[in-house]
Design a protein around this ligand. Structure first.
Ligand SMILES: [Zn+2]
Length: 134
């Protein structure tokens, strides 16, 4: 068993605002974030590809009570990427206190944010961000 795209490779690319995913050679579907098998057909015949980093917000929530080490409020959302899969990320550039249903359907561009890590993690973490484009 071999992971074509590791969490480390995914994170290193994300630091350069590049989104790596997996394309299935059997059904053509894209899988992101990295998994062992295709999300659609469970095939292991996958290749690493770079996705556009563009998508559309499908749903979001405003976090008011954060986990330890995070500062609220902030917005977590899911975007449907242009290539198909849905990806979770922090929606940035929008005041969480002003977030309304108008966010749904907005075009977003992928970016990233470094989190210094906390007592539950092994060090810094790289998080996906989405910036709504007007
Ligand atoms: Zn597939």
């Amino acid at each position: 068993m071999e992971y074509k795209l590791t969490a480390k490779m995914f994170a290193e690319a994300l630091k350069e605002n590049r989104l790596l995913g997996l394309k299935c050679n059997r059904c053509g579907a894209y899988t992101v974030p990295p998994k062992k098998v295709c999300l659609e057909c469970a095939s292991e015949d996958l290749e690493v590809v770079e996705l556009s980093g563009w998508g559309q917000i499908q749903t979001f929530t405003v976090i008011q009570v954060p986990p330890e080490g995070f500062e609220a409020p902030y917005i977590v959302g899911m975007a449907e990427l242009d290539e198909g899969p849905w990806l979770m990320g922090n929606i940035v550039g929008v005041d969480p206190d002003e977030a309304t249903m108008d966010l749904i359907g907005k075009r977003v561009k992928l970016g990233h944010k470094i989190h210094p890590g906390d007592k539950f993690s092994a060090g810094e973490m790289v998080a996906v961000t989405f910036s709504p484009q007007t």
